[in-house]
Ligand binder design. Sequence first.
Ligand SMILES: [Zn+2]
Length: 162
Amino acid sequence: MAIRTIVEYPAPVLLSPGEPVVNFDAELKALTEDMFETMYDDGGVGLAAQQIGLPLRLFVIDCAGLKLVAANPEIISTEGEQDGEEGCLSVGKVHGNLKRPERAVLRAQDVSGKYFEREASGLAARCFLHETDHCDGILFIRHLSPLRRDMVLRKFRKLQER
Ligand SMILES: [Zn+2]
């Protein structure tokens, strides 16, 4: 296993949709192990392949007791609304307040290619939505109002200057 380098905004790989995962082999399993290790090392609860520079529709999460690998993820339904802080390892963990659905149902393939559906609420639902967005080339800052987005990016640039 190895810790990979986290790619930060505004790297182009973060801003374009990933390619579908087609090979469910030992290489993919090793990649997801690296992704978990990289995520834990940086104190995250979710990590998408694009955040280590790979344009793939793949993420891992370990959030609120829910640990899984999701390849080719889709959010098939959402319900309700939650308000809370959200941050991203690719945006220096600077937080912004963002409304998300309270519940979300994820459909994806596991590391062996088997399809599954999983429902989550609260923080885990927020994770599903945030990481599936990554696979579509969308960062959480895109959902913020222009004013809030500027605030987050200003803080992020200050951190980068250090
Ligand atoms: Zn993120």
